[in-house]
Design a protein around this ligand. Structure first.
Ligand SMILES: [Zn+2]
Length: 423
């Protein structure tokens, strides 16, 4: 009897030890630090600007000339993890430093959509005939963190977070499910008490919502998440541009990568045809492809209007001297400091205010009116304003009425092609 009791005690003791060992093992396994891929270097490159426009990351900065050899023949941004990704940099050597950038165009940075789920430390790599050197990225911008999202692919959404870590800039790429994050925003121009431009018995709102909702539906059938900035407003409703419930805020809140604003034109000079407006300093390939796709599918022509024209069907309107003068005089008359704008500030508010500071967003609260909460953001949408035709042109109106779905297809196909070309 006694012996049995003793044995039972022994078994109990062994059991407890076993439990402790298992617990210890699990704890060690859970809290084992993830392997960090760090390159030890005491050299720094200064990052002066870092931003995300559309689905591209861009940055620029300098390396002090005394830190480096000027005979380099290659310079890369290195995303360092289990895998190594090299993004070639443009660079320019001066007496004081080496200036580098991913691209000098807003929408031509590094396409980050294809990055894998990983924790990257980011470095600059210079290569000359003899050796390869590495530099930490010293973040000299006012953005300590930058959070942004990928375009959905096969229902997978990635969240990316840049932060200052491990003596350099660090990028976390995670898979997330977030139904408040969209891929594309469509902004149907005007609406409600604002019918927009008119001609030949039609106004913009006879077409803008209809086309926008059809574009949304088609893009969604390809697995993209699309938001309209407004519904089909009744005649007494109004959608303000700014403030919590305004067009700009609704668009920016989606964290989408692209915005297309749908409009129609009018003038008294007999112009007709299609115009695609862009922000200042973008590569025109996508804008040109939108114009091409719509003209091909609808049989309409590139616009005959020559003001602000950059290429066939592609236009960039920035603030002109008269706009700058008005900005100055209005501020003076109302007792606030004029907005910090220039001839490079994008004219159309929907392009400008959804592209972050990069497209010249300036509508802060200084004039006391509702403002753009995202005015200082370094994450912005790649935005385009489409003037699909002139209501004052009979030819354009007839084409719109008879070939409405072709306009929809032209827009949708250009968007899908753009995303496909990036795979
Ligand atoms: Zn309009």
């Amino acid at each position: 009897m006694k012996k049995r009791k003793k044995n039972r005690k022994k078994i109990l003791l062994l059991f407890i030890i076993l439990i402790i060992l298992i617990a210890l093992f699990l704890t060690l396994k859970l809290f084992k630090p993830k392997k960090e891929y760090i390159i030890k270097t005491d050299k720094d490159a200064t990052i002066d600007e870092i931003y995300v426009y559309g689905n591209h990351l861009n940055l620029n900065g300098t390396i002090d000339i005394h830190l480096t050899n000027t005979n380099i023949n290659e310079m890369n941004l290195l995303f360092y993890a289990k895998e190594e990704i090299r993004v070639p940099l443009n660079y320019k050597i001066t007496d004081e430093n080496i200036y580098f950038e991913i691209s000098d165009k807003l929408n031509n940075g590094y396409l980050y959509d294809n990055l894998n789920i990983n924790n990257y430390n980011i470095y600059i790599e210079t290569i000359d005939n003899e050796k390869t050197e590495y530099y930490n990225l010293k973040n000299n911008t006012k953005y300590d963190t930058t959070e942004y999202y990928s375009i959905r692919k096969n229902n997978e959404l990635k969240k990316l977070l840049l932060s200052n870590k491990n003596s350099t800039i660090h990028l976390d790429v995670k898979k997330v499910t977030d139904n408040n994050v969209y891929d594309i925003v469509i902004d149907p121009g005007h609406g409600g008490i604002d019918p927009g431009a008119s001609g030949n018995g039609y106004s913009e709102t006879d077409f803008t919502y209809l086309i926008s909702s059809k574009v949304k539906e088609k893009l969604e059938s390809h697995g993209l998440k699309v938001k309209l900035t407004r519904g089909d407003l009744s005649d007494s409703e109004r959608l303000p541009n700014y403030g919590d419930n305004g067009r700009v805020n609704i668009a920016n809140e989606t964290k989408a990568k692209y915005l297309l604003a749908i409009h129609l034109n009018s003038n008294e000079y007999g112009d007709n045809g299609l115009e695609v407006y862009t922000a200042y300093n973008v590569d025109y390939t996508f804008a040109s492809n939108i114009a091409k796709s719509i003209t091909n599918q609808t049989g309409t022509n590139y616009s005959t209007n020559r003001a602000f024209k950059k290429q066939d069907g592609v236009y960039t309107r920035t603030l002109q001297d008269i706009d700058l003068k008005e900005n100055y005089e209005t501020a003076l008359a109302n007792g606030y400091k004029p907005y910090d704008v220039s001839n490079e500030t994008t004219y159309y508010f929907i392009i400008r205010e959804t592209g972050g500071y990069m497209s010249g967003a300036y509508k802060d609260s200084r004039d006391g009116a509702p403002y753009n909460h995202y005015v200082n953001s370094n994450v912005g949408m790649e935005s385009y304003l489409l003037e699909l035709g002139y209501l004052t042109s009979k030819k354009d109106v007839n084409n719109l009425k008879n070939n409405l779905d072709a306009y929809v297809d032209g827009i949708v196909d250009a968007m899908l092609e753009e995303l496909k070309s990036e795979e």
